[in-house]
Design a binder for this molecule. Structure first.
Ligand SMILES: [Zn+2]
Length: 304
């Protein structure tokens, strides 16, 4: 496999807003896990009148920390990159306390396009926040303007069907949510996650010239484009490895996972199964693989 060099060197400084650039403060929530790394990064953009990007999970301490960080300032915008439970739920309480409007692509599932095949027993949508519904529906190219800052929306589905990234032209930076992160690859879990979308969204990043990415978890990525290219190569190679296993006679997702992800911690195999399923869905869309029923973890797949 192509090796991507990940950066896991990160001090979360829980409860403290860290000034990471002239316009940006980062506040990390104390919700570490195998999927959130050291926790969710909430970003405060501007000074005086500020936007909060991804307030985070419904967490009392994190809400208090956000309010303390913006003490004496006005929160004018609450902006959501995507509706996973570690990003959007706190928007409701922050809105109740500040009166700021919420911005996002739409409710969970809003970006799903028509699928080639139905998704069956796939349960990972448990990670979705089903309650969030933004006041303002943001589309690709929309501009959100505040006092002394301006954010440009970039529709980047794949990890989540309603995923947005936000460019900050004043600093040539991009808030990229969980689309691309310095510490790890992104989980693509059907039915809401989609591999074809993910590839297209990586291409969308490569048409830009951002110098800094501020991801939803972990450290910033400087000079990110070679990294984005490496992600694409990594996924392509993964997909070919999965195709090869099916060609060799593997029939189920778990058979493929045990072979292709042999070097990965077994606790991450359920997530790897989701990414494998997403690749198999992509292979079916390309008419390279077939199945008789729905897209499920227990279905049998074969090379066409
Ligand atoms: Zn996340």
């Amino acid at each position: 496999m192509a090796k991507i060099s990940f950066d896991r060197d990160f001090e979360p400084a829980y409860g403290k807003a860290v000034q990471v650039s002239p316009l940006v403060r980062r506040l990390t929530c104390n919700n570490p896990s195998a999927f959130t790394f050291t926790g969710t990064g909430s970003y405060i953009v501007g000074t005086g009148n500020v936007a909060v990007i991804d307030p985070g999970p419904d967490d009392d301490q994190h809400l208090e920390a956000i309010l303390a960080a913006v003490d004496g300032e006005t929160v004018s915008h609450i902006i959501i990159t995507h509706t996973h439970r570690d990003h959007s739920p706190l928007a409701a309480r922050l809105q109740a306390l500040t009166g700021a409007k919420t911005y996002g692509y739409g409710p969970h599932g809003a970006g799903r396009r028509a699928r080639a095949i139905a998704a069956g027993d796939v349960q990972l949508d448990a990670s979705g926040d089903m309650k969030f519904d933004p006041d303002v529906n943001v589309r690709n190219g929309d501009v959100i303007e505040g006092t002394g800052w301006r954010l440009e929306a970039l529709f980047t589905p794949g990890h989540c069907s309603n995923h947005l990234a936000f460019g900050l032209p004043e600093e040539n930076a991009l808030f990229c949510g969980d689309h691309v992160m310095a510490w790890s690859t992104s989980v693509i879990a059907p039915p809401d996650g989609n591999m074809a979308d993910y590839f297209a969204s990586l291409d969308r990043l490569m048409q830009r010239s951002d110098e800094t990415y501020w991801p939803g978890h972990g450290p910033a990525k400087q000079d990110p484009l070679p990294f984005v290219r490496a992600f694409k190569t990594h996924r392509r190679m993964r997909e070919e490895a999965i195709f090869k296993r099916l060609k060799l006679g593997d029939r189920t997702i778990m058979e493929v996972v045990r072979a292709v992800y042999a070097d990965v911690d077994q606790r991450l195999h359920p997530a790897a199964a989701m990414s494998t399923l997403a690749h198999v869905e992509h292979l079916i869309e390309q008419e390279r693989v077939a199945t008789d029923g729905d897209l499920t973890l227990s279905a049998e797949y074969r090379v066409k």
